[in-house]
Design a protein around this ligand. Structure first.
Ligand SMILES: Nc1nc2c(ncn2[C@@H]2O[C@H](COP(=O)(O)OP(=O)(O)O)[C@@H](O)[C@H]2O)c(=O)[nH]1
Ligand SMILES: [Mg+2]
Length: 243
């Protein structure tokens, strides 16, 4: 969990406006995509926190934190459980209407979670895609608010990019990030996604991918930067599982 995360004003406003906060995290990196700063603010403001462990189709969480719900927006897993948790809080607090703010790092699947719950949102693997205030109803009594991704301060490019939280076109050292990812992604997942020859050495693996995708620079040199960006993008889009 990153303590360096800071809340921008928009996210603070979302917390203030809502009764319940859904913190959407990536099952492939639960601790890395949780924000301690956000969770502290939710607590301070006396709001309810539910952690949505999204992308469970790509990784099986080893340990489920308190107040967390395993979920997959893609497979629509966990929607019933999440709705019933929201209703439980409404009953307990005697609320007949509830506002639910959906918050989390970029690309954890906030917009996709809203869509899976039957709301309207625009999903995109471009980090920072969600702009403006976007309310949507998922029942007569439940209003959801989408939000832009949390932008943590003090986390380096590599750390953030590995979490899928950076716009891929803005990453400077894409190869460095791809190599970090290749250390995490099991070889069988790479073989499954790309039918590529597996290598133990991540640098060799990246070259193999560039070759497989026929990405060359001028001359016959492999374009590992382009291959790295494709890999990062696919990681963000949820093409690569770690189970
Ligand atoms: N495999 C998989 N991919 C997902 C899931 N949820 C979202 N994605 C993908 O992750 C990317 C980011 O999703 P989006 O909802 O736009 O994230 P946001 O930035 O948090 O709003 C998109 O390419 C989605 O298709 C999921 O449960 N499983
Ligand atoms: Mg979004």
């Amino acid at each position: 969990m990153s303590d360096g995360a800071f809340m921008n004003k928009r996210i603070l406003k979302v917390v203030e406006m809502c009764d319940i906060i859904l913190e959407v995290v990536d099952a492939r990196d639960i601790d890395g995509t949780r924000s301690k700063a956000l969770e502290n603010i939710v607590k301070e403001k006396g709001k309810h926190l539910l952690i949505v462990i999204n992308k469970c189709d790509l990784a099986k969480p080893k340990r489920i934190p308190k107040n967390a719900i395993p979920f997959s927006a893609k497979k629509r897993w966990g929607t019933k459980r999440l709705r019933s948790e929201i209703k439980r809080i409404m009953n307990r607090d005697c609320l007949d209407k509830v506002k639910v703010g959906v918050v989390g790092y970029a690309n954890t699947g906030k917009s996709s979670v809203i869509i899976a719950l039957g709301g309207k949102a625009k999903a995109s693997s471009r980090a920072g895609f969600t702009r403006g205030e976007q309310w949507t109803k998922i029942s007569k009594h439940i209003l959801l608010l989408d939000s832009p991704g949390i932008i943590p301060r003090g986390e380096g490019e590599k750390k953030l990019a590995v979490k899928g939280a950076l716009d891929v076109t803005k990453i400077e050292d894409a190869e460095g990030v791809a190599i970090e990812l290749l250390k995490r992604i099991p070889k069988k997942s790479l073989v499954e996604a790309y039918g590529v020859e597996p290598y133990n050495d991540p640098e060799k693996q990246l070259m193999e991918l560039a070759g497989k995708w026929m990405m060359f620079r001028k001359g016959a040199e492999l374009d590992t930067d382009r291959a790295a960006r494709k890999l990062i993008k696919d990681w963000q889009k949820g093409k690569l599982r770690i189970i």
